[in-house]
Design a protein around this ligand. Structure first.
Ligand code: PLP
Length: 283
């Protein structure tokens, strides 16, 4: 079956969808997006994703009726008959001739499509863990907004893959503080304490990140939201990444340095198992 897209409420095959070159997403990445996983036909942590979408839109002053977006997402997922997959939603400011001034009150363009997961791209690494590279964080200073301006993320991921790694962990060039990854958040475990950079403009506050912090609390694992540096990362007992696709994944090497004993650590495994339980309970 061909993937169906919903563009401003109208359903059509994704491959036939045409969007104006005057869409400000095309010229300026003047758009925000969300990706929501679907497990057993149900949107996972949907309310949390919608609320972050609302926050991203408000941060950029894009006005959009979220209740309509919510309805269109559910209709699209039903139309594509997704059981195990994801939905992508992008809201751009709208269409206007190319100009740096931000026009007021444009009609936003809302693009939605949903896809069945053919296979889990991380399946080969769930037990063994992934390898990560290190890359300077070249992105803009409002990474808390989930904008479609992802070129620096793509470059970092591309470099990671050329180094035979599955993800790039990003650091600030001035103080070597770790921020996050190209499309995941990052945690370390040292002295039995889970640590992740605090919520700020330097990171996207991942929905999975928030979920893992809640899981840690329920498991009585000490967790702190504190910055850590590249060297603290390399000497951590465990490193893990979180994201809607990655879920909870152990990292067993960073820029060629083995983490712990080179296998997925016990805290990561406990958190990952709890995350799987949460997924099942949500069906
Ligand atoms: N950080 C970045 C830069 C991302 O792009 C993403 C997901 O796309 C995440 C973190 C993880 O966020 P979530 O857990 O909401 O998928």
């Amino acid at each position: 079956m061909k993937t169906l897209a919903t563009f401003n409420g109208q359903i059509q095959p994704l491959e036939h969808l045409k969007i104006s070159a005057n869409d400000r997403a095309f010229y300026f990445a003047d758009a925000v997006y969300e990706v929501v996983r679907i497990y057993s036909g149900k949107l996972f942590l949907f309310a949390e994703h919608l609320s972050r979408l609302g926050r991203s839109l408000a941060s950029l002053g894009i006005k959009c009726d979220l209740s309509l977006v919510e309805k269109d997402i559910m209709e699209n997922v039903n139309a594509n008959k997704i059981f195990d997959g994801y939905v992508y939603v992008q809201v751009s400011r709208g269409e206007a001739p190319r100009a740096h001034q931000i026009p007021k009150n444009l009609k936003p363009n809302v693009t939605i499509y949903s896809v069945e997961f053919v296979s889990d791209p991380f399946a080969p690494f769930r037990a063994s863990g992934i390898k990560a590279s290190l890359h300077p964080d070249w992105r803009w200073k409002r990474r808390d907004i989930k904008s479609t301006n992802l070129l620096a993320n793509c470059i970092a991921r591309d470099r990671a893959e050329s180094e035979n790694c599955q993800e790039a962990i990003l650091y600030e060039e001035d103080d070597f503080a770790i921020t996050e990854c190209s499309s995941n958040n990052v945690f370390i475990v040292s002295s039995n304490t889970l640590r992740t950079p605090p919520v700020s403009n330097r990171i996207l506050n991942g929905i999975t990140r928030q979920c893992v912090l809640a899981i840690a609390k329920s498991l009585n694992i000490e967790a702190v939201e504190e910055n850590f540096t590249v060297s603290e990362l390399k000497f951590a007992d465990e490193v893990l990444i979180t994201g809607s696709f990655a879920e909870v994944l152990g990292v067993v090497s960073v820029a060629g340095c083995t983490i712990g004993d080179g296998s997925v650590g016990p805290v990561t495994r406990m958190i990952s198992e709890s995350f799987q339980d949460l997924k099942k309970a949500s069906h």
